[in-house]
Every structure is written in structure tokens, then in C-alpha cells.
Design a protein around this ligand. Structure first.
Ligand code: ARG
Length: 582
């Protein structure tokens, strides 16, 4: 167990039990890394309130109990009370070194699997058929994929759900446009053209009453399951899926063909779902439509806000599909945690869907749904990110531009690289830059899309972390050793910079758990940035290849190897590759 917080938590629980009896074993000791000591706990403050006692007195009792515990004293050099009643712990150098050595020889870096593994559905990406993925979908795709990777590493059973927009009224006009073009077309309409395709269909729909009527009739045929119509629809869906698959591959995200769970998949479940809501008295007619009115949702004038479950014409919409999907995820797939990685503007929609699902008894503990909301990507003018001509920026073009820009940078930094390596590194750096820019800031905030910042080799960026990794790899090339050969080396910590780096290295697991708990990948980015910074300080202050004495050199090489491997692992959770050289 390489992580101090995990190692110390049972010690705290034991100490609390000894000092205060079984009544208080349920309190979360809330340990965290701190600048004041290595680890700090504020459990005494909460407990004092609960017991009506002086927090310092409580903290003293905890410290006495911790000091009487052999495991704790083996981990810590000093345990003391600070300030109003904090417990400060200073880890022993020996313990840190020993944990680092065992982390180094474990492919999981000693990070334990979740004690209660869950089935987690992650609903992300969710592009729409016959529409280009735009920058709005990039955030969902990149954030969702990072969450998936972290949760899977921690041992959860993750089910990816790509809620493809493949149903609804727009398909009437899309299919009619396909018919006009000659029905053979869909096969060769590369979806790059499908955006144009969508716009052309829309223009005809808005400009011609005849076309609009045909489109409406076509929707009816589609809903009725008319075979010829379904065939045309299938072509549009197939071409789009194929295209999205290419984008995912290019962007290096883990979504595949079998993760598509399009809206249409739920069609057959909708009547049963509505019947169940009806029998539970949760929906009623309002202006011809069947609506749910979950408590607590009010319109502008304080009137109850409807969630439309079935429209006046009998059709089902976005909300109905989401209700059916939620029911299926909990009741059939047995998910206990469902994450919706969707932009902040859909907050109310989701909150209402969750509320109805709770009222219906589908979403009951331990099952819970969470909206992983995110803000917008802004252009340099702080307005919505658009192309120079005001159009929406296409994801695929963004990726290509990132790779192009990265290629020029790599050329400049390292002109000696052969062409193949250069292209590969450019791809890794370009994609890393885009993803990291998205992941490294608090997701709920908007962020400004800025090529020069995201591709900078200094600051909290992907290229900085990738470069830190590559630099360590170059130390090993110079020494003619593989980093993996340092697994068994004995690590000892003497210099402050060695200790600081060692302590930082033990935080990888805590960073992963924090992402799993808070669903905020930027915390992992911050950790990796601090790790890279700690390495830089270490490397400035502690010669590695010129270290005095074989043992010191070997220990420092082992620290360097573990740093490179931790950076590589942390970046991989973000969906970012770490090149060996750049
Ligand atoms: N297709 C939707 C959109 O583009 C996103 C789907 C999100 N997932 C969901 N279960 N509603 O806005």
C-alpha cells in the first residue's frame, strides 16, 4: 500500500476507537496532504463539536492513541497537535523509501483496487447522426474517456454508453433529402459531407412547404417501422457511426462500435415505461401531452414545470428516451452509479429526469445518477469558439490542426528526429495538448481555446508533462539502462528534494481516487504537474548520473524511473501518450 492516506486511515480508525469507544468509529478521519506537515487530519474539530468538548483536548487524545500504535509509529516520525486542533503527521523517511521500493516493483504502483467495486455507466460523447461532431462534443468525449480510464483502473466495472442521437423528427427531412439525391448516395456520403447534407436538408425543409410535408410523412413512416424507410435511416446511421469511429480512433479515445447505445435502442421500451409511470400516478395529461411534474421544479411564474414524456401526436422525445435509458441502466444493467457527461445547459433536463426516476422507484440507493456538467469552449474573443467565418469548429479539423502545429514545434525542438518518429510524436503532442487543455481546468468553468498556451512547453500543459517524461527517458538512454531495470533498486532519501519527490510519488493513487470521487480530472492534472515540478527541483539539486557513490546513483535513478512511469501512467488515464523522446 504505497499511499500514506490509505495506510494511515485504519490507524486513525483504530486510534479513534481506542480513545472514544465504538460510537465514533464511523467518523471519516479526513486525512489529506498538507504543506504544514506531510499529512493533516481535522477529525478532532468535528468530533469536538459533536461531543461538546475542546478540540485541542480531543486532538491530544487522538495523538496519544496514535503514538501508542506500532503501525502508526512505524509510518510516522512525528505526530503532534497544531493550531485549533489539527493532527499533523510527519512521515518517516524510511517508510516513504520502503513504500517507494514496493511501488516500483508493482505494475499498479501499489495502488489498491476499490474496496467496493461498482458497475458504473458512463454516458458520454453522444454525437448526433448526420451531424458533424463539434467542439461541444469534444468536452464530453475527452472528459468521459478520462473518467472511464480512471474508474476502470480502480477496478470498477465500467459500461460506456454512447447515447447517439439517431432518432427524432429531423430524420424525416434527412431521409427525404437522401431520397432526392438518389437513394444510393448514403454509402458514399462521407460524413464530412453529412454536415453539408444536414444543412441542405434543413434549408429545403425551411424553404419548401412540399418538402416539409414529405418530411413529416416520412417521420410517421419511420416511427411505424416501414421497411424501406428504416433501410434509408440505417444508411445514415451506419455512415455516421463509421465516421465517429474514425474520429475516436484519431483522438485515441476508448469508445468503440459496441459502445453505441443510440436513442432508437430504447424505442421498444417506451410504451412500457410510460405505462409504468402512468400506473404509479406520476404522469398526467397537460395540453394534450403526457407530462410528469416532479416536485421542486417551477417555471417562471411559479407554475409546476412539465417534463414531456409523450407528445400530443403520440411521439416520444428526448426526455422519454432518457427515462427509459435510466431505467434500463439501473434495472437491467444493475449499475449503481450512472454518470452523464453532458454540458451544463442540460442541467435542468437531467435533474428532472433523475427526479422522475426517483419517484418511480428506479433510482434508489445505492444507485445514483450524477450530472458531470461542463462549461463551454470559448474563442480568443471570449465568445463561443467559432471558425473565422463564424461557422462551428469541427472536431476532426481541430485534431488535424493540433497535429500540424505540434509537428512544427517538434521539428524546431528536435530537428534530429527521423520522420516517422517525428510524425508519431507530433500526433501524441497535438492530441495531448487538446485533451489536456480540456481536462486541466475545472470542468464546470468555460475555458478559452488557445493554441499557443496549450502547446507551450512550460506551465501546466501536456507538452510540459510529456517533455518531463521524455527528459527522464533521455537520462536513462545516456546511462544505457532501461528504467524498468530499476525496479529492485534500493531507494533511500537524504536530501530534502529527494524526500519531496518521494512523497509526491506516493500521491498517484490518491489522485486517481480523487478523480473517481469528485469526477474532476483537473485534480489529476494538478497532481501530475506538481510531480513534474518536484522532479525538476530534484534534478536541479541532486545529480543523478554524477551522484557520489553507487548507492546514491542507483537510488536516484530509481526515483527518476518511478517518476517517468508515474507520469506515463497518469497521462494514460487522461488518454494522453508519453513519447520516449521529443
Ligand atoms: N445527443 C445529445 C446532444 O448532442 C447528447 C446526449 C447526451 N446523453 C443523454 N443521455 N442525454 O446534445
Amino acid at each position: 500500500m504505497a499511499d500514506p492516506l490509505t495506510a494511515l486511515t485504519p490507524c486513525f480508525e483504530e486510534a479513534l476507537r481506542k480513545a472514544f469507544g465504538d460510537d465514533h468509529t464511523g467518523v471519516d478521519p479526513l486525512l489529506r496532504f498538507s504543506d504544514r506537515a506531510d499529512v493533516q487530519a481535522d477529525v478532532a474539530l468535528g468530533l469536538a463539536k459533536k461531543l461538546g468538548k475542546n478540540p485541542r483536548e480531543i486532538a491530544n487524545a487522538i495523538v496519544a492513541s496514535l503514538n501508542a500504535n506500532l503501525t502508526t509509529t512505524a509510518i510516522c516520525d512525528r505526530i503532534e497537535v497544531a493550531g485549533p486542533g489539527f493532527v499533523n503527521l510527519t512521515l518517516s523517511n524510511n517508510w516513504i523509501a520502503q513504500e517507494l521500493s514496493s511501488a516500483a516493483s508493482d505494475p499498479r504502483f501499489g495502488i489498491p483496487l476499490a474496496t467496493k467495486p461498482e458497475t458504473v455507466v458512463v454516458d458520454y460523447s453522444g454525437p448526433n447522426v448526420a451531424k458533424e461532431m463539434h467542439v461541444g462534443h469534444i468536452r464530453s468525449t475527452v472528459l468521459g474517456d478520462a473518467l472511464v480510464r480512471v474508474l476502470a483502473f480502480l477496478g470498477h466495472n465500467v459500461i460506456r454508453q454512447n447515447h447517439l442521437g439517431d432518432w427524432g423528427t429531423p430524420f424525416g427531412m434527412l431521409i427525404e433529402h437522401l431520397v432526392d439525391l438518389g437513394t444510393g448516395k448514403a454509402n458514399d456520403v462521407s460524413v464530412r459531407d453529412l454536415d453539408t447534407f444536414y444543412k441542405e436538408a434543413r434549408a429545403k425543409f425551411d424553404g419548401s412547404a412540399l418538402f416539409a410535408d414529405r418530411s413529416r410523412e416520412r417521420v410517421v413512416l419511420l416511427q411505424r417501422g416501414d421497411l424501406a424507410t428504416l433501410d434509408l435511416w440505417q444508411r445514415l446511421v451506419g455512415a455516421s457511426k463509421h465516421y465517429f469511429g474514425e474520429v475516436y480512433k484519431k483522438l485515441d479515445v476508448t469508445l468503440g462500435e459496441h459502445d453505441f447505445a443510440g436513442e432508437s435502442m430504447y424505442n421498444a421500451m417506451l410504451p412500457g415505461m410510460v405505462a409504468e409511470l402512468q400506473s404509479k400516478g406520476l404522469i398526467r395529461e397537460s395540453e394534450g401531452a403526457l407530462c410528469a411534474f416532479p416536485t421542486g421544479f417551477k417555471g417562471k411564474n411559479g407554475e409546476p414545470l412539465p417534463l414531456i414524456v409523450q407528445k400530443k401526436d403520440g411521439g416520444f422525445g428526448y426526455a422519454a428516451t432518457d427515462l427509459a435509458a435510466l431505467r434500463e441502466r439501473v434495472c437491467t444493467r444493475k449499475a449503481t452509479r450512472i454518470l452523464y457527461v453532458i454540458g451544463a445547459p442540460q442541467q435542468q433536463h437531467l435533474a428532472m429526469v433523475f427526479a422522475v426516476a426517483k419517484d418511480a422507484g428506479w433510482l434508489t440507493p445505492p444507485a445514483r445518477a450524477e450530472h458531470v456538467a461542463f462549461g463551454s469552449i470559448l474563442g480568443p474573443d471570449k465568445k463561443m469558439f467559432k471558425t473565422r467565418t463564424g461557422g462551428s469548429v469541427k472536431l476532426i479539423e481541430l485534431i488535424d490542426e493540433a497535429i500540424g502545429r505540434a509537428s512544427a514545434l517538434v521539428d524546431e525542438k528536435n530537428p534530429q528526429l527521423d520522420e516517422r518518429t517525428r510524425d508519431q510524436v507530433a500526433r501524441q503532442v497535438g492530441i495531448g495538448a487538446i485533451k489536456y487543455a480540456d481536462l486541466s481546468s475545472d470542468r464546470i468553468k468555460d475555458y478559452v481555446f488557445d493554441w499557443s498556451r496549450m502547446l507551450a512547453f512550460d506551465g501546466n500543459t501536456a507538452p510540459y508533462l510529456q517533455y518531463a517524461h521524455a527528459r527522464i527517458r533521455s537520462i536513462f538512454r545516456k546511462a544505457g539502462i532501461e528504467p524498468s531495470h530499476m525496479q529492485k533498486a534500493c531507494i533511500s532519501l537524504h536530501e530534502p528534494a529527494e524526500r519531496a519527490l518521494g512523497l509526491e510519488l506516493l500521491g498517484l493513487g490518491a489522485a486517481a481516487r480523487q478523480v473517481a470521487d469528485t469526477l474532476q480530472p483537473h485534480r489529476l492534472c494538478t497532481y501530475l504537474y506538481e510531480l513534474a515540478t518536484a522532479f525538476t527541483t530534484f534534478y536541479e539539486q541532486c545529480p543523478v548520473l554524477k551522484a557520489k557513490g553507487e548507492a546514491t546513483m542507483s537510488s536516484r535513478l530509481a526515483l527518476a524511473a518511478l517518476t517517468a512511469q508515474s507520469l506515463e501512467c497518469g497521462l494514460s488515464w487522461l488518454g494522453i501518450e508519453a513519447p520516449e523522446r521529443m
